[in-house]
Write a protein of this length. Structure first.
Length: 449
């Protein structure tokens, strides 16, 4: 079972998570800036290939090792990169080649983020991990504490966090453009939920190029089924992914968290269908109540919608305009801000925020984008004032809030009271059972199981 989450010190982090992520200077700033960073990557296709292609664009990066359970993908990237050590088992990567790399990029299905990241951290490796940071709340807390205690440079793969659009949204909110915020609504039109015909997929032969046991990793054994798990549909399954909310809320909730400097919610409750026994629901609504901050009117009601669900936009003063397919709306004292995913923030009502005035305001804020990946590299190498702004002390609590919503979806219409310091629901023993999970025998990880 993953590590118990009772250490009260953890949420001393979250009260300062955003400010610390944006201000604190990493200890590695004294490192020689000409040093080259040697990288290993676990998961090299899909988003992993995008991660790799961006990181190799940094002049100080050299890839030395790759790992993927699919040998076709692994061989393809080895050929593309012109060499490097290749592994199908991440444990062998760490056991046999740890001296050959300084940092690890993790781009696997969600259920393997924490096991790989914990092994890396315990070996003193800096970590870039795709979102969500982990598959359970307990894993998020364990990784956050491990990274903090070891003083390593970390970054979660919410790369839009560093884009101009999201940085501008934060500046607009914190400069008081729409006043203090009363409530926020966020949504995604994606459908990473269950399908009736998929609940008991037929067993198929495992392709020769795929190590199915390693793909399952810490998850319980099940038979392989073609087109149901690997390579793309694992997000739908409770054992491997985190549905639409886990996939997209980490992106879309991020500018809400950062702009308002949110900490852990007091309480939350969900509407919609319960998950299938093995798959996430294909639509849902989750309501949170967050503690007040300097940028909110009072405690903040926050609402997440996915699938076909949308907020009622009639009170947002949009005129004839419509909400985008994904994004957030901040409801403020002086007006409202719609932040598309991914797009420039829009202020409403339009007659209160004339275009010329908004242009002057944006010019005055002088916001520009950053390279999320390269900031991680530069922070490790000690280049200038480089720092990561989605380090685990920020992205751990962010991921935790998202994962709490998935737990709430298991108990529709039941209000869950969250005791952040204790790391448990104070009113719901059944919900507490989903804060952690069992690892499959033979795949235990020190610090997690």
């Amino acid at each position: 079972m993953t590590q118990a989450i009772t250490r009260r010190s953890f949420f001393a982090l979250t009260s300062k998570a955003v400010a610390g992520a944006l201000i604190a200077q990493p200890a590695w700033l004294n490192a020689a800036p000409e040093r080259q960073l040697r990288l290993a990557q676990v998961g090299v296709a899909g988003m992993g290939r995008s991660d790799l292609d961006t990181l190799v664009g940094h002049t100080s990066v050299r890839y030395t090792a790759f790992c993927d359970v699919d040998r076709l993908r692994l061989n393809g990237i080895l050929e593309h990169q012109g060499g490097g050590a290749g592994f199908t088992d991440y444990r062998r990567l760490f056991d046999e080649a740890a001296d050959e790399f300084d940092a690890v990029v993790i781009s696997t299905p969600d259920h393997m983020h924490a096991p790989i990241a914990m092994r890396a951290l315990r070996l003193g490796k800096h970590v870039y991990c795709q979102k969500p940071l982990a598959h359970t709340v307990a894993e998020c807390r364990a990784l956050t504490l491990e990274a903090q205690n070891r003083g390593l440079v970390t970054q979660m793969g919410i790369q839009i966090h560093s884009n101009m659009e999201y940085r501008l949204a934060r500046a607009l909110i914190q400069s008081g453009t729409i006043g203090k915020v009363r409530e926020v609504h966020s949504w995604s039109d994606k459908d990473w939920g269950g399908r009736d015909g998929w609940l008991q997929p037929a067993s198929d032969p495992v392709p020769e190029h795929l190590d199915w046991d390693l793909w399952l990793g810490v998850a319980a054994w099940r038979e392989y089924a073609a087109g149901r798990f690997h390579p793309g549909d694992w997000r739908r399954w409770i054992d491997f992914g985190t549905g639409t909310q886990g996939d997209m809320a980490c992106h879309i909730v991020d500018p809400v968290f950062a702009s308002l400097e949110l900490t852990a919610p007091h309480s939350l409750w969900a509407e919609g269908p319960q998950p299938y026994a093995t798959m996430w629901p294909n639509r849902g609504v989750c309501h949170y109540l967050f503690p007040a901050t300097d940028y909110t009117v009072d405690e903040l009601p926050y609402h997440w919608y996915d699938g076909v669900n949308r907020p009622d936009a009639s009170g947002f003063e949009l005129g004839e305009e419509r909400l985008p397919g994904q994004g957030s709306v901040f409801v403020g004292e002086k007006g409202n801000m719609v932040l598309p995913h991914i797009g420039t923030p829009q202020l409403y009502p339009r007659d209160r925020f004339p275009a010329e005035q908004v242009r002057d305001l944006v010019r005055g804020l002088a916001i520009s984008g950053r390279n999320h990946y390269h900031d991680w590299v530069d922070a490790i190498l000690g280049v200038g004032d480089a720092r990561t702004t989605a380090a685990f002390d920020y992205s751990g609590p962010l991921s935790e809030a998202v994962l709490l919503g998935l737990i709430a979806s298991r108990f529709p219409e039941e209000r869950l009271e969250w005791d952040a310091a204790a790391g448990r629901f104070s009113n719901h023993a059944a919900a507490n059972a989903f804060l952690t999970k069992e690892y499959r025998p033979g795949h235990e990880v020190p610090g997690l199981s």
